[in-house]
Every structure is written in structure tokens, then in C-alpha cells.
Design a protein around this ligand. Structure first.
Ligand code: FBP
Length: 553
């Protein structure tokens, strides 16, 4: 692999571990767990992995450890730090017993089904330390969802003497990890399954998982880009920049980037849903701010738009739910050829209310709403061009507004892939390494159906705490792909949480003033306060930034 000078220097970075993991560890067994909701239903679906206790690791004695053959799978969208999960896992396995081996399944869960893997030895792992991407073994979104597939995984693991799997993924992939753990226990297959919380979206978090890995780095990359755009906007003073940001469902990325860059507008989908704001209302609010700024001669600005916005506008959400059902249950739809035929077919099946919304939307947008769902039944929101729709609608609104005498020229951007494979920030490099390390410790302790966690993450890494949470504890029942299923509950932006309240207390000023922050690039070398800083979201959530100013809200 050819490396740039920065990559060469970065590969020498030694990720920091929590102090408790630096030496030998002992397992501390905590309280028995309960699912966050729908307890009886979850218990009946996961009789073997329900109610397990929380566990943590503390400094302990050196023990004789068995040889472990472990398989690792990177699942779903890329997130910065995946390679460090693998390095942490590898180093811990070797430290526990030098004869242990790590195998990487190629191309995500599909590798498990097709028995495609490589042994990850020290030379391979070393090449990828502290690098972004998932290219060491690749990733994929295949869902392992029926008994024949579960049996295939068992057969492939046993054939290769693999006795444990680490699934690195988001809420859907970790739900799948739990389903596998349950099945393997039921069948006495002797294969453990442990998950690691990944997703730039930041929506796999709860009382135990403080943040998903990759969120910190991705937001730092997007914030650098937003800052650069804001500087350009403030220099040229002629464009409004409509910037859509990844995050399929929750608006954590938009909120974090807003806190870091102070744009003129940042839409938070969860708030749109709470106040049942329609598309027209959102357009009206944006147009008002454009007008206000224009009145003071500022015909430019920035607006952050969360990728998942469409699913949070009540009428469009209802429409999408109906479309999901149609796409999942009417195979004849997929045989239709022309978009006219498709539109007519769908209109027939929609409720009157949704049919009205459907017919009011531009054809290109409607087409994007009916694109194939991903294997987990999700709308592919990254392909829905909300930023362009908003530009058109705000432009139309201002054109018709006789009291608007300014100029409205807009540029559109979509930042997602720019950040998903960035070289991990120090936070993510350390956090991911610690997660991988903890996953190995959980396996060594015989655990299955657990997700590795690292807590206390707004403090310096030596004070972090490591442990495992039973995956069933994070589950509830939800309708997916037309069926009610057990799934890990997604964490949306908490409208009563300090990060959102901080944003809300400042956005009025940001709308009219030009209070932009230009964060600049991620720093890998330099002062600890700059290089190791966690996200604003974590600092605010864990009360490490003063909240005095919120009193006035
Ligand atoms: P994960 O939840 O799998 O980590 O993926 C998140 C994400 O990056 C979303 O932000 C985005 O909507 C989606 O992946 C895009 O996925 P793809 O590139 O597979 O279309």
C-alpha cells in the first residue's frame, strides 16, 4: 500500500486505552437487564439471550487464556475507525493468547454466507492502523434473515473452527447480531456473537452506548467543509448554500455540525416532526430568513438540511409508510415499465390524504421516494434531493413575494461520502481501538449477545470505562418492511437535551448575524485540547460545557 507522508506518520500513532484495560482485567457482573420496551415480546423472541447481566472490566490478575479463533464482519455503511476496531480486537486477542487468530469476512455479512474470509495477521493489520475506510475486508448490507442462512453461517464457522463473531455495525446490523446469538445458543452451536456500535449517523446510542464510532470524525470533516463554504459565502456574498448532510434518520450530524459552525439555518427533523411542520411551512420559514438577511444587504447564507428530513414531515412520512407497504407487498408494481404506469398504480392504492400529497410533489422527487428500499427496508434517503427541492420551492416563494427586493442565488451540496471514510480523529482512533479490545475481552469471558461499550467518553481516555451490554436490553418492537419486528431502538435528537437546547438558544442570532465559525481540518498532531477533543454533542450531554446561557431560553 502506498502511503502519503501524513499516513506514514499517522500509522505510528498508538491509540490510547482506558487505564483499566492497560494491564490484566477481571470481569465484574452487574445487574440483570430488561428490554427498554415491549419486554414480554422481546423475552419470548430471545429466550436464551434475554435478561443477561451488564458486565464491566476492571484491573485484575493475569490468567491463562484459551486460544480463540474469531471472525470479524464490517456491516453497513462505512464509518471512520473501523480499522482500529480490528486492530484493537487483534491486539487484545494476541495479548490474551498469542495462538489466537482473527479472520475477516469479506464484503460484510455476505462473506459469512459465502464463506469468504482472510486471516488477518500482524502485517495486514499493521498496514491499516489509524486509517479510514473499511477496505481491509470491505463491508455490505446483506441481511442474514432466515434459518437456512443462519445454518449456513454455523456451518461456515465450524468448518473454519471459528468460535466467535464480532459484528461491527449500526442498529440494524446489531439487531441481526443478536438474532444470530440467540439462534446459535438455541442450536448449541458453540459460536459467540458480540457487536460493536458503528454509524456516522450517531443514532445508535443510549444509557450504555454513549456514541457510535465514526460520528466524531465525520462531523469534523463536514464541519471543516461547511466552515470553508461559509468563508466563501462571506467573501463573495452572493450565494445561499443549501447543504444536505448524511444521517438517514436522526439529525445528530446536522445538530453537531451546527454547533461547530453556527450556520444561518439548521433544520432538525425531530423538531419538524414534533411541531408537525409541513413542507410549505418549512419553505416559508427559510424564505423569511432569506428576506431578513437581504433587508440588511446580506444576500447570502448557509442552511444545513438533515438527509432524513422527508421522513419527519408528517404528511410525507405517512406517504412513505404507505409506499413502503406497497413496495413490500405488491410485487406487480416492480413489473411496471413507465413512470406513468407506476404513478397511476400507486395513486390507486394510497389513502386519499397521501394521494393528494403524492400528486403535489414534483415528478423527480416522487421517483426518488419510490426507489428500492435497502435490505433492512429503509428508504434510501441519500438519493433524495431535498436540498434541491427546497431551493426550488424557496426560489418560487420569493419570486411571488412582492415585498422581497433582494437576490436569491443558491448552490446545493450533499456531504456524506466525503466523511464516511476519513482517517479517524484521535477520539475515534482511541474509541474504536478500545471497542475492539473490549469485544475481545467479552469473547474471552464467554459472552454472547452483547455489545461492547466504552463510557465516560467526554473525559480523557485513561478515565474511560469498558464493558458489555446485552443487545436485547436496547430493543423494542417496530414495524419494518411491513412486519412488526424486534429492533434496537434508534436514538433521535432529544429535543429536551442540552445539545439541542444550546442550539435553540442561539439560532435566532445565527439566522440574522453572520456568526460563522470556521473549524478547519481535523488535527492529528498538536495540543491535546485541539487533537483529542470529543464532539460538542458529547461534551454538552455529559455536562462538560457550561449551560448557564440556556437559562434565558
Ligand atoms: P449505517 O447506518 O449503516 O452506518 O449507514 C449510515 C449511512 O451513512 C447513512 O447516513 C446514509 O443514509 C446511508 O448510510 C447511505 O448508505 P449507502 O451508501 O449504502 O446508500
Amino acid at each position: 500500500m502506498i502511503k502519503s507522508p501524513l499516513q506514514k506518520a499517522r500509522s505510528k500513532y498508538i491509540p490510547k486505552l482506558p487505564q483499566s484495560l492497560e494491564e490484566n482485567v477481571k470481569l465484574i457482573i452487574g445487574e440483570k437487564s430488561e428490554a427498554i420496551a415491549d419486554k414480554e415480546a422481546i423475552k419470548s423472541i430471545f429466550p436464551n439471550t434475554y435478561g443477561l447481566p451488564l458486565v464491566t472490566f476492571e484491573v485484575g490478575e493475569l490468567k491463562d487464556n484459551q486460544t480463540l479463533n474469531v471472525g470479524v464482519v464490517l456491516s453497513g455503511g462505512q464509518a471512520p475507525g473501523g480499522h482500529n476496531v480490528i486492530s484493537g480486537l487483534f491486539d487484545a486477542l494476541k495479548k490474551l493468547n498469542n495462538s489466537s487468530k482473527l479472520f475477516g469476512f469479506i464484503g460484510g455479512p455476505n462473506g459469512l454466507l459465502e464463506n469468504l474470509f482472510i486471516e488477518l495477521d500482524s502485517a495486514i493489520v499493521s498496514d491499516y492502523r489509524n486509517t479510514g475506510g473499511f477496505d481491509i475486508i470491505g463491508s455490505g448490507r446483506t441481511k442474514i434473515e432466515d434459518e437456512a442462512s443462519y445454518d449456513k453461517v454455523i456451518a461456515n464457522c465450524l468448518k473454519n473452527n471459528i468460535k466467535a463473531l464480532v459484528i461491527v455495525g449500526g442498529d440494524d446490523s446489531n439487531t441481526n447480531a443478536c438474532v444470530l446469538a440467540e439462534y446459535f445458543k438455541e442450536k448449541n452451536a458453540g459460536i459467540q456473537v458480540v457487536g460493536c456500535p458503528k454509524t456516522i449517523d450517531g443514532d445508535l446510542k443510549n444509557d450504555f452506548i454513549e456514541t457510535s464510532f465514526g460520528f466524531d470524525t465525520a462531523c469534523k470533516v463536514y464541519s471543516e467543509l461547511i466552515g470553508n463554504i461559509q468563508r466563501d459565502a462571506n467573501s463573495a456574498k452572493k450565494y445561499w448554500h443549501f447543504i444536505k448532510l448524511m444521517g438517514r434518520s436522526a439529525s445528530h450530524i446536522s445538530l453537531e455540525c451546527a454547533l461547530k459552525t453556527q450556520p444561518n439555518i439548521a433544520i432538525i427533523s425531530e423538531e419538524i416532526e414534533k411541531y408537525k411542520l409541513t413542507l410549505n411551512k418549512i419553505v416559508g420559514q427559510i424564505a423569511e430568513i432569506v428576506k431578513k438577511r437581504s433587508n440588511s444587504g446580506e444576500n447570502f447564507g448557509t442552511i444545513l438540511i438533515p438527509e432524513g428530513l422527508v421522513e419527519f414531515m408528517p404528511s410525507i412520512k405517512k406517504l412513505i409508510t404507505e409506499l413502503n407497504d406497497i413496495l413490500a407487498t405488491k410485487p406487480e408494481y416492480h413489473q411496471l415499465r413507465t413512470s406513468q404506469e407506476k404513478r397511476a398504480f400507486i395513486t390507486e392504492l394510497l389513502t386519499e390524504e397521501s394521494a393528494k400529497v403524492y400528486s403535489s410533489l414534483p415528478a423527480s422527487f416522487v421517483k426518488q421516494l419510490t426507489l428500492d428500499r435497502d435490505p433492512h427496508g429503509n428508504v434510501q434517503v441519500s438519493k433524495i434531493e431535498t436540498e434541491k427541492l427546497l431551493i426550488d420551492m424557496v426560489g418560487d416563494r420569493l419570486e411571488k413575494d412582492k415585498s422581497f427586493h433582494g437576490k436569491f442565488n443558491a448552490q446545493n451540496h450533499f456531504f456524506g461520502y466525503e466523511g464516511r471514510c476519513a482517517a479517524p480523529s484521535n477520539f475515534d482512533a482511541d474509541y474504536c481501538y478500545s471497542l475492539g479490545y473490549t469485544a475481545a475481552l467479552l469473547i474471552n469471558s464467554g459472552k454472547t449477545g452483547y455489545m461492547a461499550f466504552i463510557q465516560n467518553t467526554s473525559q480523557s481516555s485513561d478515565q474511560w470505562l469498558a464493558g458489555g451490554v446485552p443487545i436485547t436490553m436496547m430493543m423494542n418492537m417496530e414495524k419494518r418492511n411491513g412486519h412488526v419486528k424486534p429492533v434496537i431502538q434508534k436514538a433521535l435528537v432529544d429535543l429536551k437535551g442540552i445539545p439541542f437546547l444550546t442550539f435553540r438558544s442561539k439560532r435566532k442570532d445565527w439566522a440574522t448575524n453572520t456568526d460563522y465559525i470556521y473549524p478547519g481540518p481535523i488535527q492529528y498532531f498538536g495540543p491535546t485540547g485541539v487533537c483529542d477533543a470529543p464532539s460538542e454533542t458529547l461534551l454538552l450531554e455529559q455536562d462538560r460545557i457550561s449551560r448557564a446561557e440556556l437559562v434565558s431560553v
